[in-house]
Design a protein around this ligand. Structure first.
Ligand SMILES: Nc1ncnc2c1ncn2[C@@H]1O[C@H](COP(=O)(O)OP(=O)(O)OP(=O)(O)O)[C@@H](O)[C@H]1O
Ligand SMILES: [Mg+2]
Length: 316
């Protein structure tokens, strides 16, 4: 199976027309290889197709065309083995209101054929912080607690690949930190491959080794997180002058914004202009520099640049 946890080829999904909603081509031919042992982020705006992709991996949505291999097992050829290799925490709450967290975990373990002696129910309850709610009905849990239980259900069969669809949407800071600490630990100690979607870009930037950006059912960028961020050309040089700053004769292509406290922010493209040229212009204007910092683009800038342009624009 090599080093690939998930191999997706030519994956398409068209949802049938419903009522007055026309057919929807949610995935338009996705090719994606997700390395084993990585923490992989799937990003994209609302409706991009992320959950559709994840739900196909989970076996919750039927694909229209293409192949999916999970841990080397083709979903259609070896459905049992491929399902055993993956655990999915879905975006939608799909809990049975009359089950307690303990019962929900036990039933889930039963579905995966885990013998009673090998079940990790108490350990998982502890890990998701629901030990004290173990015997309460799911309907009495708060929204955040229900999401924790969804995570617990994804873990009962100790999957090699754990998929989290917006695990931190609407959860408090404490749970978010607990979740990421657990995810990191599973990744580091057990080599669990993690695939996650999030709308919090700083979270993706901090957590993910690699990222794919999905837009309108297509992968429009896929790279190491650092490479993706480094691909943006925009840069800002921020200078705090010592005293007043008069007019400055700047090279073409440099955009000056004056910030509070007399701070000067020079936006430029590093492929066209050097920081030196800007510093020279500032000194030539007779300005003494008391501090210089530079601002790099972050994932949010990459994301916006890619998802607000047409696919033809970013083909280059
Ligand atoms: N069951 C369904 N029937 C018809 N259309 C659907 C269905 N589920 C999703 N879609 C459509 O498919 C497209 C992709 O939806 P999907 O839920 O995969 O997006 P997403 O990237 O997960 O978005 P979000 O960030 O809002 O969760 C959307 O246009 C959506 O309206
Ligand atoms: Mg979604």
């Amino acid at each position: 199976m090599g080093d690939t946890a998930i191999q997706i080829d030519g994956l398409r999904k068209t949802y049938a027309a419903q009522g007055n909603a026309p057919t929807k081509e949610a995935l338009k031919g996705i090719d994606l290889a997700i390395p084993a042992g990585s923490i992989f982020g799937l990003l994209g705006p609302n409706g991009a197709g992320k959950s559709t992709l994840i739900n196909i991996l989970a076996g919750l949505v039927r694909k229209t065309a293409g192949t999916v291999q999970i841990w080397g097992f083709d979903q259609d050829v070896n459905p049992r083995q491929s399902r055993a290799a993956i655990g999915v925490m879905p975006q939608e709450l799909n809990l049975d209101a009359f089950f307690t967290p303990r019962a929900a975990l036990e039933v889930q373990a039963g579905l995966y054929g885990i013998p009673r002696a090998n079940r990790r129910t108490d350990e998982i309850l502890e890990m998701i912080g629901l030990s004290d709610k173990a015997d309460a009905y799911a309907r009495s849990l708060s929204g955040g607690m229900r999401r924790r239980l969804l995570l617990g259900k994804a873990l009962v069969h100790s999957p090699r690949v754990l998929v989290l669809d917006e695990p931190t949407a609407g959860v408090d800071i404490e749970l978010r930190q607990m979740l990421w600490a657990n995810v990191r630990r599973m990744n580091e100690e057990h080599g669990t491959t993690i695939i996650l979607t999030t709308h919090y870009l700083e979270e993706a930037e901090e957590m993910c080794d690699e990222i794919a950006i999905v837009n309108h059912g297509e992968v429009i960028a896929r790279d190491r997180t650092s490479t993706l961020v480094g691909r943006l050309d925009a840069k800002t040089l921020v200078i705090t002058p010592d005293g007043d700053a008069p007019a400055i004769g700047l090279p073409a292509g440099v955009d000056l914004t004056r910030r509070p406290g007399g701070v000067l922010a020079f936006a430029y493209r590093r492929s066209e202009i050097s920081a030196d040229a800007i510093l020279d212009a500032v000194r030539a204007a007779g300005i003494r520099i008391s501090d210089v910092t530079s601002e790099e683009p972050d994932l949010e800038d990459v994301f916006l640049a890619l998802t607000t342009s047409t696919p033809a624009d970013n083909a280059a």
